[in-house]
Design a binder for this molecule. Structure first.
Ligand code: PLP
Length: 461
């Protein structure tokens, strides 16, 4: 294996047929969905890049684990297998399974936060922000400035701005900062990694002010891969060694295992050593998620998760996984198609502001590009821009997002390089006629989280 890119380190045992509709059929389907990609049936999508969450393909080992699942209410063997696997990777004393990432947040945030408290993060993911706010607290983002420039190269665009973090702690008062959250990789900044050095510096600040440091670990393995590739001193370390060091800087973690643990459902909470804190985690888990030894999951899910955690840190798998993103990004760069670079670990974020400069933010360029990509080739991505952002809650006016991204999230172990080539070809076609694309207007919208259900129409005049 000497090539720059790494072919799939697996062969295919079972296939799921997908169909390609004609262009006319796609035009009709997207019209019937009111130009909202969330309204499309999955089977009408040829390549579905809506999310990388829970959409991965399980291995033959995981599927055989499904058959071994122990469905006992208490103390199942699958539970103990999961604890063993998780402790091996994270090195934490206490592990609690839950049904997904936001369930972990629901359990943990009310313990750390309350009215008048603040959570500071390199960037809160949407559900994390929601649970901080539900707990009565305020979520403040503190990412490095370079994350905002889509063309500037920086190896760790997901980092915390540590100087600003200190200023914010002083500004709010250390006693009011209930938690510092490090999201790895930084999802909202485009799946950008955080360096070990940055995590170490953040941990020093947390310790100095006695504030717990929580790692939001959804894509920890992809982050460890980037550290191995890009940070001095880590080239010879294994992903597991890097992960052990990464988690050693945190006091606790929450994790959606629908991403790097390659399962379709599941989540985890880890507590490094604070037994009293873990008692509180247990007390919240039972009413919210069920008894401790299953945490909202079936025994077979615990079994698949125990195996998936280990597969997710496999070095060949990660080389292939992140290599797919790098391949896609390189082909798009060759064609001059603007996107967030360097590419992150799980998705390509097309820069629709640069792709469609003639469409203003209030006519939703990233949504226009997502719709066009579906019409062109049956590829489903989604808007992460002004369309998703919605209206100012006070004035009702459309907000202008800093970015207009069309996100193409790549599911794990699902699509081949040929599928990636189709994506590139389709985007090139659209790029060549980009000036002919039109914006959209909303004809109906709900008051909150409108992007899932709003109805749109093309602006034709
Ligand atoms: C997906 C995700 C979550 C929430 O997890 P769910 O499993 O979707 O509930 C939290 N944080 C980050 C960084 C995520 O990517």
């Amino acid at each position: 294996m000497t090539g720059k890119y790494f072919a799939e380190p697996f062969k295919i045992k079972m296939v799921e047929p997908i169909k390609i509709l004609t262009r006319e059929e796609r035009i009709r389907k997207i019209q019937e969905a009111h130009y909202n990609v969330f309204g499309l049936a999955a089977e009408d999508c040829y390549i579905d890049l809506l999310t990388d969450s829970g959409t991965g393909a399980m291995s033959s080992h995981q599927w055989s684990g499904i058959m071994l699942g122990d469905e006992s209410y208490s103390g199942s063997s699958s539970y103990f297998k999961l604890l063993e696997s998780a402790k091996d990777i994270f090195g934490y004393a206490y592990i609690q399974p839950v049904h997904q990432g936001r369930a972990a947040e629901k359990v943990v945030m009310p313990i750390l936060l309350g009215k008048g408290k603040v959570s500071i993060s390199n960037m809160h993911f949407d559900t994390t922000r929601a649970h901080v706010e539900i707990a009565g607290a305020r979520a403040v983002d503190c990412v490095v400035e370079v994350a905002r420039d889509t063309t500037a190269y920086d190896p760790f665009k997901g980092n915390m701005d540590v100087r600003k973090l200190r200023e914010l702690i002083v500004q709010y008062g250390p006693e009011n900062v209930g938690v510092i959250i490090m999201t790895v990789t930084n999802n909202s900044a485009g799946g950008q990694p955080v360096s070990m050095e940055n995590l170490r510096e953040t941990a020093v600040v947390a310790k100095e002010y006695e504030i717990p440091l929580l790692i939001d670990a959804a894509r920890f393995a992809e982050n460890c891969h980037f550290i191995k590739e890009r940070e001095d001193g880590y080239q010879k370390k294994s992903i597991k060694e890097i992960a052990r060091e990464l988690f050693s800087y945190g006091d606790l973690f929450t994790m959606s295992s629908k991403k790097d643990a390659i399962v379709n459902i599941g989540g985890l909470i880890g507590v490094k050593k604070d037994e009293a804190f873990f008692e509180k985690v247990k007390a919240n888990t039972i009413p919210f998620e069920g008894f401790l030894s299953y945490g909202g999951l079936a025994g077979r899910d615990l079994e698949a998760l125990a195996i998936g955690l280990q597969e997710g840190v496999d070095e060949d798998y990660l080389k292939y996984r992140v290599g797919q993103l790098e391949y896609l990004s390189e082909k798009l760069l060759e064609a001059g198609i603007p996107h967030q670079t360097p590419v992150g670990g799980h998705a390509v974020f097309l820069d629709a502001k640069k792709f469609l400069p003639h469409i203003p933010y209030h006519e939703f360029p990233a949504q226009a590009l997502a719709v066009e990509l579906y019409i062109e080739a049956g590829i489903r991505g989604c808007d992460i821009g002004s369309y998703m952002m919605g209206n100012d809650p006070d004035t009702g006016e459309q907000l202008e997002s800093e970015f207009e991204f069309t996100r193409l999230a790549i599911p794990r172990r699902v699509y081949t390089q040929s599928h990636l080539d189709v994506i590139v070809e389709a985007l090139k076609e659209i790029w060549n006629r980009r000036e002919s694309l039109k914006g959209y207007r909303i004809t109906w919208e709900p008051p909150i989280l409108r992007h899932f259900t709003a109805k749109l129409e093309p602006i034709t005049e």
